[in-house]
Ligand binder design. Structure first.
Ligand code: FES
Ligand code: FES
Length: 157
């Protein structure tokens, strides 16, 4: 089947088998390997991307379901050489160790902060509860998201 997807602002097309998962379209066909596969069973969140602006676990979506829609993957967060504040937060607050969960954490927190600009710590922890990290204990991940929220709320200088 032919699918056409606008990913990170660029229209891409591919012929795919109907059973191909979106995460495999992104990684293996489009060669955007920032999106990770951790479990393949919708538990870990490493494969999270935004589909029409909403976070989805791309290991649970067929590529054909993304036909005609927009996808944002971690590669699309940086703009004109500038890291997005969520990326900056993870750097500044040491929000990663191995980095395997980080693309999914970034996409979930990016989407969450758009709708919840001033989250409490509890709300952040709830928001990322579908994303598992085996390294950090979450303390610095929460700080990273708080850093991003503060930066996004600050008036542009
Ligand atoms: S790889 Fe998709 S949720 Fe783990
Ligand atoms: S930083 Fe290693 S799994 Fe999260």
């Amino acid at each position: 089947m032919r699918v056409a997807v606008t990913i990170n602002g660029e229209r891409r097309e591919a012929d795919v088998e109907p059973r191909l998962l979106l995460v495999h379209l992104i990684r293996e066909v489009f060669r955007l390997t920032g999106t990770h596969i951790g479990c393949d069973t919708s538990h870990c969140g490493a494969c999270t991307v935004l589909l029409d602006g909403r976070p989805v676990k791309s290991c649970t979506v067929f590529a054909v379901q993304a036909d005609g829609r927009t996808v944002l993957s971690v590669e699309g967060l940086e703009q004109n050489g500038q890291l997005h504040p969520v990326q900056e937060g993870f750097v500044q607050e040491h929000g990663l160790q191995c980095g395997y969960c980080t693309p999914g954490m970034l996409m979930t927190s990016y989407a969450y902060l758009q709708d919840h600009p001033r989250p409490s710590e509890d709300e952040i922890r709830h928001a990322i509860s579908g994303n598992l990290c085996r390294c950090t204990g979450y303390v610095n991940i929460v700080k990273a998201i708080q850093h991003a929220a503060a930066k996004l709320a600050a008036p542009a200088s």
